[in-house]
Design a protein around this ligand. Structure first.
Ligand SMILES: Cc1cc2nc3c(=O)[nH]c(=O)nc-3n(C[C@H](O)[C@H](O)[C@H](O)COP(=O)(O)OP(=O)(O)OC[C@H]3O[C@@H](n4cnc5c(N)ncnc54)[C@H](O)[C@@H]3O)c2cc1C
Length: 380
C-alpha cells in the first residue's frame, strides 16, 4: 500500500532494526522515505562475541553490514550519533548538529555501560558495552597478553551469561591453546566476580553446570561481592578484599542512554523507554522502540538479544501499519526461551524453563543458530 511520502527514521542498527530493513527490502513501500542513522556501519552480533574472544570466530564473522542492508531496503544510510529527538518538531538530532525530520521514528540503540560505581574503570578496564567497541579493545589486549611479561591476572566482573561466557572464552583463548611449557612458565589466572551469583535468573541446574565448568577451567568464582575500584595490578572489592588484576573485563551493570532523559518520552524506573504492547512509546504513538533500550511495561522481560531479535519482525509489521494509518496489534513476548551459554571450549549449556543440559551438541546448536542469523543478514 502506498504511504504518500511518509518519512520513517530508524535510530540505531540494533538487532530489531536489521529485521525492519530486511522487511522493507523484501516488500518495499512505494512513497516511503526510509533512513537508518547508526553509530557504525558494521553492527556486531553479540551472541558470537564470546566465540570471537575464544578464537572460534574472526571479527568479521560477527559483524552485520548495515550499509549493504540499507541499500537493499533503498534506505538512506547515515553514520552518526543521535543525541536527541524533538517531539514537537518531529525531528531527530545528531551530535554534529544535523537534524532529520520524521513522521514515524523507531529507536533501537541498546544500552550504555554504567561503570560509575567502579572507580578507575574508564581508565583501566576493558568495558564490554557497547559491544561495537569491544572487539578492537580485545585485539589490543591479546597482543599484550601474548607477549611475555604481559597481563596475567584476568578478572571478569558480572556473573550473568555474558560474564561466564567471556571468562571461559578468554581462558580458552589464552590458556587452553598455549603450549604446556608456556603455561607452566608464565601462567594466567582467571577470576569471576559474580555479584548476585553465577547465571542469576537461570534454572538452578544451569547454575550448577556453569559452576562446574568454571571450576574445571580453574576460574576462581567470588560470589556476593562486587568491584568498587580498579587500579593497575589490583582490584578492590565491596567487602574490602583486594585481588590481583592486570586486566578487568567489566560486564556488569548497563544503563539507558543519557539522552533519553531530555526527549520528554515516558521512561521506566531505570530510565529505559516505556512501551505499549504495540512497541509504541507510551507518550508518543509515532515513536517506536525495541531491544535493550526499552521496556514493554505490561510484559517486562530480561535485557537479552533474544528479545530484541524476536521483536524485529513485529516491529517491522507495526511500523508499516502505522505508516499506512492501520490499526496496530498488541503482542505478548514469550516468557520462556531457549538460552545457550557457551563454555569456551566449544561446549555450551542449553536451558529452557527449568530444564538445563550441557555438551558439545549445545555449542553446535548455538553455532548453527548464530551463523544462520548472520548469513540471513549478510546475504549478498
Ligand atoms: C559478551 C556478550 C554476550 C552476549 N550473548 C548473548 C546471547 O548469547 N544471547 C542473548 O540473548 N543476548 C546476549 N547478550 C546480550 C545482547 O548483547 C543484547 O541484549 C543485545 O545486543 C541487545 O540488542 P539491541 O538491538 O537492543 O542493541 P545493540 O545490539 O546494542 O545495538 C544497538 C545499535 O545502536 C547503535 N547506537 C547506539 N547508540 C546510538 C546513537 N546514539 N546513535 C546512533 N546509533 C546508536 C549502536 O552502535 C548499535 O549498532 C550478550 C551480551 C554480551 C555483552
Amino acid at each position: 500500500m502506498p504511504c504518500e511520502h511518509k518519512r520513517l527514521v530508524l535510530v540505531g542498527g540494533g538487532h530489531a532494526h536489521v529485521f525492519v530493513l530486511e522487511a522493507f527490502a523484501r516488500q518495499p513501500m512505494p512513497g516511503l522515505d526510509l533512513t537508518l542513522i547508526t553509530k557504525e556501519p558494521m553492527a556486531p552480533y553479540s551472541g558470537m562475541l564470546p566465540g570471537f574472544v575464544a578464537g572460534h570466530y574472526r571479527e568479521r564473522d560477527c559483524l552485520i553490514d548495515l550499509d549493504r542492508l540499507s541499500r537493499a531496503a533503498s534506505a538512506k544510510f547515515v553514520v552518526g550519533e543521535v543525541t536527541g529527538i524533538d517531539l514537537e518538531k518531529r525531528c531527530v538530532e545528531m551530535a554534529d548538529g544535523a537534524t532529520t525530520a520524521y513522521d514515524v521514528v523507531s529507536i533501537n540503540v541498546g544500552i550504555t555501560p554504567d561503570t560509575g560505581e567502579i572507580a578507575g574503570a574508564a581508565e583501566h578496564a576493558l568495558i564490554v558495552k557497547p559491544v561495537s567497541e569491544f572487539a578492537a579493545k580485545w585485539q589490543t589486549f591479546l597482543c599484550r597478553a601474548e607477549a611475555s611479561g604481559g597481563p596475567r591476572h584476568i578478572v571478569v566482573t558480572g556473573g550473568g551469561a555474558a560474564g561466564v561466557e567471556l571468562v571461559l572464552g578468554a581462558r580458552f583463548r589464552l590458556t587452553a591453546t598455549q603450549p604446556w611449557e608456556t603455561r607452566r612458565r608464565d601462567p594466567f589466572t582467571y577470576t569471576l566476580i559474580a555479584g548476585t551469583g553465577v547465571l542469576p535468573g537461570h534454572p538452578s541446574r544451569a547454575q550448577r553446570l556453569a559452576k562446574a565448568a568454571l571450576a574445571n577451567a580453574g576460574v576462581v568464582v567470588i560470589e556476593n561481592d562486587g568491584a568498587v575500584a580498579v587500579a593497575p595490578g589490583r582490584m578492590q572489592l565491596l567487602s574490602g578484599r583486594e585481588i590481583a588484576c592486570d586486566t578487568a573485563i567489566i560486564s556488569t551493570k548497563a544503563a539507558a542512554p543519557s539522552w533519553f532523559a531530555d526527549t520528554g518520552l515516558a521512561r521506566d524506573a531505570a530510565g529505559f523507554l516505556a512501551l505499549r504492547p504495540t512497541l509504541q512509546t507510551i507518550s508518543d504513538e509515532n515513536v517506536f522502540a525495541a531491544g535493550d533500550c526499552a521496556s514493554v511495561i505490561l510484559h517486562p522481560r530480561p535485557k537479552a538479544g533474544v528479545f530484541a531479535v524476536r521483536q524485529g519482525p513485529i516491529l517491522a509489521r507495526q511500523l508499516r501499519r502505522q505508516l499506512e494509518n492501520r490499526l496496530l496489534d498488541p503482542f505478548v513476548p514469550q516468557r520462556e526461551f531457549l538460552s545457550l551459554v557457551s563454555l569456551g571450549d566449544k561446549s555450551a549449556i542449553a536451558s529452557r524453563g527449568s530444564i538445563a543440559m550441557a555438551g558439545h551438541w549445545a555449542w553446535l546448536a548455538k553455532d548453527w543458530i548464530d551463523r544462520r542469523f548472520m548469513a540471513r543478514f549478510n546475504r549478498p
